[in-house]
Each structure stands twice: as structure tokens, then as C-alpha cells.
Design a protein around this ligand. Structure first.
Ligand code: UTP
Length: 412
């Protein structure tokens, strides 16, 4: 792109502050900035900014309870049926695991990717090693090497890959682990102007875990799965040290119900717990966030005294590869986060704001659920499958996760 074209493009997009940044930059930065300008869809950014001016109104949505199956209450016959259906797929090499490790982990405050964090076990194993331990165990059990795909972000990709290399992939087959980067979007200020970062480049932020579907397609992950004959992918977070990444029961249930998606739930600890819950929204599977749900709905119980909206979404889901490809062809809605973001102003000065000054746009994985034909929901035990590492201290911290992990391992 010539300088004239650049100028015309940025003027048309009403983003001339980027031109000032370009004029100030050294040759190397100019090149990188030009790449960004060519890649970024400015009209999409303008549309996203417009959405910050309107409140989203869910009031017209019809929200109902979603049917679920409780793992612990399955009859022996049902259990064995699902087990066989799921295990046959795993043994045939049609199963894979995808881990979302592209988050910033701001609440934890660990310098480095969250997966490299040591939660304080006697062994001092990192979260990545804890996860790989379980993958090794399952691979051995089924006599296959389960392919592991790890989604990183632009910020943490290099550190993540180096960590695995340094640790010799923790003894897992190196070729069965693939990293891919999630997408990113520019951050804008409160008037819609794209921000410039400390390096003089366009300030971009990860586009949220909902970006996983398009990232998998863009980075050739779904193609790789198809080439290997993989039909199913468990998609889970990096920050749950009890995540059960290989669950033949959930897979068997999906196959039995002919559903292209499956989700694990744990029962909500109490009606006001701040978690999203699975639901049917306008007849399709979905998640209703705690900010969206009324007190009456949150407290509603059925004839057995069970919460009607009690199936917490713990971000442990499974999809057919076909469903991932279908979702990747569509656009998920973006959610707006109002954030404090430092930037370089038009005069080249670094501005460090004291209050939120910018918008970040993120899509969430559960916004894809209504694009699936159906979802099988499996309620599992919290103490067996849910030990999140979110905050540095207090609830959902390394300390609570460590205790849950140790308890589970000691009682196994
Ligand atoms: P969270 O939403 O808890 O975010 O991610 P986080 O980045 O880990 O932590 P905070 O909110 O900044 O403190 C849930 C899971 O989704 C992944 C995270 O890595 C984690 O496994 N994630 C989140 C992504 O892969 N990409 C994203 O853009 C956001």
C-alpha cells in the first residue's frame, strides 16, 4: 500500500491518529504497522464501536430450563451404554482435546502464561504438567496418543511454546501437541478512535474464547483433525486443575442423543452464585449469565426442590469437528469490556489512565451454543471436576484449587 492509499484509507475510516503514529515510527515499526492496517477490518471496528452505544436487551428472549443427565444417577445399563459408545470413538483415534490458554489471567497476576503457574503441590508441577499427566493416563488406558491442541494468544504464544520445549513436552509425543493463536481486535477509546500502544503499533487485544472456532479454522486445526480422522474435540480451559479432558460418558451421551455439542455442568452452589447456567434460549441451547437472570428465576425450584436454573457452565464442552467448522463460518456476537488501557497520544506521549477509557471486544464460547442443533448436558460432581484458578487469593485461587486437587487424588 502506498502512503497515499494509506492516508485515504485511514481518513475514510476516521482513524487519522494512526497516520500520526506511522509518521513518527522507525522503518521497522512502519512495516509492522502497515501489516496491521492491511489486516484490520476497519468497518468491523466501526460497527463494534457503535454497539457500545446501545444496551443489549434480552427481555424478549424465552429462557427455559435445559434437560440434563446426572452422571451419578445413571443406571448401570445406561452408564455402560454411554461408556461403550464413547470409548469406541476414543480407541479408534477419533477423539482430541483442545485447551483454551489464550487468556490474560489478569486476576491471578502471574507473570507468564497461566498454564506455567505452580499451584503449590509438593511436586511443584505447573498447571500444564497437571493437565498432561491426565492426558498421558488416558492415552495409556486407551492405547492411543490423544492429540492435544493448545490455543494461545499473541501475547503468550512464545512463552508457552518455549515452556513446553524447555520441559521436553513433559514426555508426551511432541508431534501430538499443536499450538495455535487466537484472533485479536483493536481497542478503541470512548470516541471510537483506535489506540496506539507503547511500541507505536495498533493496540490489539484477544478476541475472547469465542474466537476459538474461527481460529481453529484459520490456523488449519480443523483441517488437521479431518486429515487425522478426528471427529470429536473436547474444548476446555487451562485454569481448572481437575478438568476431565477425556470423558467417554459425555461423548457417549452426545452420540446417543445425536447432539453435535455436549456440556458439563456442576450444580450451582447457591442461587446467588455468580456463574452462568445452561438454559434453553428461544428453544436453542445457551447460557444465561448471572447478570441477566432475575432473583426469582435464580431461586426457582422444581417439584423436587432442585434449582430450575442450576446447571453451572464450567467451560468444559465437547463438539463434533463438523459443528466446529459450521460455527467457524458464522460470526458470534461481541461483548464489550470497558477497560483501563494505556496508550500513546497524538503528540507521542504515553497516557496511563486512572479510570476505564477504552473498549475491548470479546466473544464468548457459549454464544456458539445456539448454532448447534442440540447439546447434551451432563451434570458432574464439582469436587471431582472443578477446581478453578482465577484469583491470586481467596475463592477460586491456587490455594483452593490445590486443596481440591489433593482431596480428589487422595480419595481416588
Ligand atoms: P477467563 O475468562 O477466566 O479469563 O478464561 P482469564 O484471561 O484466564 O483471566 P482474567 O479474567 O484475565 O483474570 C477462561 C478460560 O478461557 C481462556 C483462558 O485462558 C481460560 O482457560 N481464554 C479466555 C482464552 O483462551 N482466550 C481469551 O481471550 C479469554
Amino acid at each position: 500500500m502506498s502512503i497515499n492509499e494509506l492516508e485515504t484509507k485511514l481518513k475514510a475510516a476516521n482513524q487519522v491518529q494512526i497516520l500520526s503514529a506511522y509518521n513518527r515510527a522507525d522503518d521497522e515499526t512502519k512495516k509492522e504497522l502497515m501489516n496491521q492496517i492491511e489486516r484490520i477490518n476497519f468497518s468491523q471496528v466501526a460497527d463494534l464501536y457503535e454497539t457500545t452505544k446501545h444496551e443489549v436487551n434480552f427481555n424478549n428472549d424465552v429462557i427455559e430450563a435445559i434437560p440434563y443427565v446426572e452422571k451419578d444417577k445413571l443406571s448401570e445399563e445406561e452408564y455402560n451404554k454411554y461408556l461403550k459408545l464413547g470409548e469406541d470413538e476414543i480407541k479408534a483415534g477419533r477423539y482430541s482435546v483442545v485447551t483454551m490458554a489464550g487468556g490474560q489471567g489478569t486476576r491471578l497476576g502471574h507473570k507468564g502464561p497461566k498454564g506455567t503457574f505452580d499451584i503449590g503441590l509438593d511436586s511443584h508441577k505447573s498447571i500444564f504438567e497437571i493437565l498432561i499427566d491426565s492426558l498421558k493416563e488416558e492415552s495409556q488406558k486407551y492405547n492411543v496418543t490423544i492429540p492435544w491442541y493448545i490455543m494461545t494468544s499473541k501475547e503468550n504464544n512464545e512463552d508457552t511454546v518455549k515452556f513446553f520445549e524447555k520441559n521436553n513436552y513433559f514426555g508426551y509425543d511432541k508431534d501430538s501437541i499443536k499450538f495455535f493463536q487466537q484472533g485479536k481486535l483493536p481497542m478503541v477509546d470512548e470516541s471510537g478512535k483506535i489506540l496506539i500502544n507503547e511500541k507505536g503499533l495498533i493496540k490489539e487485544a484477544s478476541d475472547g474464547h469465542g474466537g476459538i472456532f474461527q481460529s481453529m479454522k484459520r490456523n488449519g486445526i480443523t483441517d488437521d483433525m479431518n486429515k487425522k480422522g478426528i471427529k470429536w474435540a473436547f474444548v476446555g480451559p487451562v485454569d481448572n486443575v481437575l478438568v476431565k479432558m477425556v470423558d467417554p460418558i459425555l461423548l457417549g451421551l452426545m452420540i446417543e442423543q445425536n447432539a453435535s455439542g455436549g456440556g458439563k455442568s456442576t450444580v450451582k452452589a447457591n442461587p446467588s452464585e455468580k456463574v452462568g447456567v445452561f438454559c434453553k434460549r428461544n428453544g436453542k441451547p445457551g447460557v444465561v449469565e448471572y447478570t441477566e437472570i432475575s432473583k426469582e428465576m435464580a431461586e426457582r425450584v422444581d417439584e423436587n426442590g432442585q434449582l430450575v436454573f442450576g446447571e453451572s457452565h464450567i467451560n468444559c464442552n465437547m463438539f463434533s469437528v463438523k459443528a466446529i467448522e459450521e460455527v467457524a463460518n458464522k460470526n458470534l456476537p461481541y461483548h464489550i469490556a470497558h477497560k483501563k488501557a494505556s496508550y500513546i497520544d497524538e503528540n507521542g506521549n504515553l497516557i496511563v489512565p486512572e479510570k476505564p477509557n477504552a473498549y475491548k471486544f470479546e466473544s464468548f464460547i457459549f454464544d456458539a451454543f445456539d448454532m448447534l442443533d442440540d447439546m447434551a448436558i451432563l451434570r458432574v460432581k464439582r469436587e471431582e471436576e472443578f477446581a478453578p484458578v482465577k484469583n491470586a487469593e481467596g475463592t477460586d485461587s491456587p490455594e483452593t484449587a490445590r486443596k481440591l486437587y489433593e482431596n480428589y487424588k487422595n480419595n481416588k
